[in-house]
Design a protein around this ligand. Structure first.
Ligand SMILES: [Zn+2]
Length: 230
């Protein structure tokens, strides 16, 4: 996600930083609340020193680390980030999500890194503190995130919906002009299309989608023009 987009969202009152991580340039999002300086980190796939620097710059206390799914570019930094933050903040910072069906990916991060030829950034397997099953309400950084299961890209993929701020953290489900890859042995194109249409589209046309890669979009725009969904 380019700097100007983040600036635009910030200008709308959203306290958000996006750190592109790993060779896949995955959007690691950091949301925070101005008054309390509490924060939530979503999909820290790598570049842990860079993420920590943003947290330090803004003087933030991280309340939780959320994961959308088990691919290395989304979760590879979660183990180290939890260790370092928990030590610094003197309490465990929980890693929450995705659904348990992605456990084989969470425990296979080091294998995925070899497979994708990603240069060693010390990305690690991660044991999460809590799996999600859809419908949970998570509170952090003054925000409320509703958990929505959206499978097809991976079997345990979740999205986080912040209704009050009209924002969906979509991971690798819906992108601007495209949808998530499904060419993995566990991927399912038809299922992903169906999941997007039945679980994401009904959230509302004016919802801002922050995807795992590339620029933000809105649900209404994708409903109208996304070639995979029209
Ligand atoms: Zn993915």
């Amino acid at each position: 996600m380019k700097g100007w987009v983040v600036f635009m969202l910030q200008a709308q009152g959203m306290r958000l930083d996006v750190v592109p991580v790993t060779i896949a340039r995955q959007n690691c999002s950091i949301f925070w609340e101005e008054t309390t300086r509490t924060a939530v980190v979503i999909d820290p796939g790598g570049e842990v020193p860079h993420i920590l620097e943003k947290i330090r710059q803004n003087d933030l206390k991280v309340e939780m680390i959320l994961l959308t799914h088990g691919h290395f570019d989304h979760v590879g930094g979660a183990h180290d980030l939890r260790e370092i933050l928990s030590q610094k903040q003197r309490e465990v910072v929980p890693v929450i999500g995705p659904a348990q069906a992605d456990d084989f990916l969470l425990q296979g991060v080091e294998e995925q890194v070899k497979l994708f030829g990603a240069p060693d950034q010390n990305l690690k397997n991660v044991k999460v503190d809590r799996y999600l099953s859809g419908g949970e309400i998570l509170e952090g950084a003054g925000r409320v995130f509703k958990v929505i299961i959206v499978t097809g890209h991976t079997p345990g993929h979740v999205a986080f919906f912040d209704e009050a701020n009209k924002t969906l953290l979509a991971g690798d489900t819906l992108f601007a002009g495209t949808i998530g890859r499904t060419d993995f042995p566990y991927g399912n194109h038809d299922l992903l299309v169906r999941e997007i249409k039945t679980k994401i589209f009904p959230l509302g046309d004016d919802i801002i989608v922050l995807p795992g890669h590339g620029r933000p979009t809105k649900i209404g725009i994708e409903k109208q023009s996304n070639p995979f969904l029209t």
